[in-house]
Write a new protein. Structure first.
Lengths: 165, 298
């Protein structure tokens, strides 16, 4: 029987931080809850085999679940009963720019979004990000560069539109 | 700049996230659900395996085959009539059904015999052979029926077999006996009293015989021989052709015995008469073997 002592305490203490990461990855509160539950449940089965501090292992489970299993489960379009409000382009403000950036972040490919979240929210190094996602450091660099370029384009577009109004 | 904006954006967005106070309980619940799915998956896999095992046990085994030492089938047509089997002659065929016992006449045991059977459904026959019991399995699918065979070696044995259908082997049956037209091998013991044999002189020899008493210049005469396949014997009298004996299917009078006819013209030409004592030269011109014997004139 695996030793799972400490699991409940870990979840209780680290759950808020992990949920924030999950939310930044998914961009949706409900999906973030589901992603975190799934990753933690996976970790529960492996808890007795984790060497060292469990947080890097859990974070990696979160990231890889998002990058793989996530794609199957949540990729489809979700119907909604309401059309989204269209913002008044003339009322551009820093808040609008941030929204545009958030939307642009949501449009990134999942791996680029994961790299961005781990690098600029978790403040992980390139090597730590690579380890968390199970990819090479070179891939982290290239994915990060592509993500930033895409965000700049979208952010610039938002500003351009705002400036023209 | 974008990196700083990103840091600020991500921090601001993350700040509004409120954790679920029931996290531990819900994770435990998710673990339970995964466990149940795993158990169900294992159970389903076991059920599938069990069903596959059941299916496998119900699959037919390897196809039934005829025993060694019997000619290739089929032995019967779908309408129940006996088929010609190359190199064999059939006899004694009869059809029956039910639980009664029947007697099957067996030909002379100088040559091997093969009892053949046709059955509507898979089944077995019990054969009583002079006190011994043998089983004939009729399970080789042929057209709309099944067939089976049982080889009986050459040698002393009963002149008939008592045939009974094994319980559970219903339907109509036809049985018969096949015997090869030629022996694989003959020995002096097979041809006691032979007029001449090739055992010691495969190339031929000379025999002095008394012609049948019924012979006259208006009748024919036959010469009987026992031989293996493809032997050919040329018989001459005073240097003139008398008859040729060909050991092939066309000249078999009964399994193992070849008959050649001396024509009336030859009898007349050579001036042969009944009870005449003549010396006949025999020369083997076919297959080079001493496996032949002339066993009589008639």
């Amino acid at each position: 029987m695996a030793d799972r002592s400490g699991f409940d305490e870990f979840v209780a203490t680290r759950s808020p931080a992990l949920l924030r990461t999950a939310y930044l990855l998914t961009g949706d509160h409900g999906l973030a809850e589901d992603l975190l539950q799934t990753a933690l449940a996976k970790c529960w089965f492996a808890w007795g085999r984790i060497d060292g501090p469990p947080e890097p292992y859990v974070r990696r489970a979160l990231a890889t679940t998002y990058a793989t299993w996530w794609r199957r489960r949540w990729r489809g379009e979700r119907p909604t009963g309401e059309l989204p409000d269209r913002g008044d382009q003339a009322a551009t403000s820093p808040i609008d720019d941030r929204d545009a950036l958030w939307r642009a972040l949501g449009a990134l490919p999942r791996r680029q979004r994961a790299v961005v979240v781990l690098r600029y929210y978790e403040d992980l190094s390139e090597a730590e990000t690579a380890a968390a996602l199970g990819i090479s450091t070179g891939t982290v660099k290239s994915q990060s560069a592509k993500a930033l370029a895409a965000l700049r384009r979208d952010a610039d577009l938002a500003r351009t539109i705002g400036g023209e109004q | 700049v974008i990196e700083n904006e990103l840091r600020e954006l991500l921090a601001a967005r993350a700040d509004v996230v409120v954790d679920n106070p029931e996290r531990v309980r819900e994770v435990r619940s998710r673990v339970g659900a995964i466990r149940r799915r795993r158990v169900a998956g294992t159970a389903l896999a076991l059920v599938v395996l069990a069903l596959a095992g059941l299916t496998m046990t119900r699959l037919p085994g390897p196809p039934a085959t005829l025993p060694a030492g019997v000619p290739a089938g089929p032995y019967f047509d779908d309408d129940g009539t006996a088929r010609a089997v190359p190199g064999y002659r059939g006899s004694g065929y009869f059809t029956f059904a039910g639980a009664a016992r029947w007697s099957l006449s067996l030909p002379e045991p100088a040559l091997p015999r093969v009892i053949v059977a046709r059955c509507e459904h898979r089944g077995d026959l019990e054969l009583g052979l002079g006190g011994g019991q043998r089983r004939l399995s009729c399970r080789v699918p042929v057209g709309d029926h099944y067939e089976g065979a049982l080889p009986l070696p050459a040698g002393p044995g009963p002149g008939s077999a008592e045939v009974a259908v094994r319980p559970g082997s219903g339907g109509g049956w036809t049985v018969g006996v096949l015997q090869p037209l030629f022996p694989d091998r003959i020995t002096p013991a097979n041809v006691p009293g032979a007029l001449i044999a090739g055992f010691g002189s495969p190339g031929g020899g000379r025999m002095t015989v008394t012609l049948p008493s019924t012979l006259d210049t208006a009748t024919t005469m036959v010469v009987n021989a026992v031989c293996v396949r493809d032997v050919r014997l040329e018989l001459t009298l005073r240097g003139r052709p008398l008859v040729e004996i060909s050991c092939d299917n066309a000249h078999v009078s009964s399994p193992g015995v070849v008959t050649a006819q001396v024509s009336a013209g030859t009898v007349r030409t050579l001036g042969l008469r009944g009870l005449q004592r003549v010396t006949i030269d025999v020369r083997s011109v076919g297959r080079s073997t001493g496996q032949w014997a002339i066993i009589g004139l008639g």
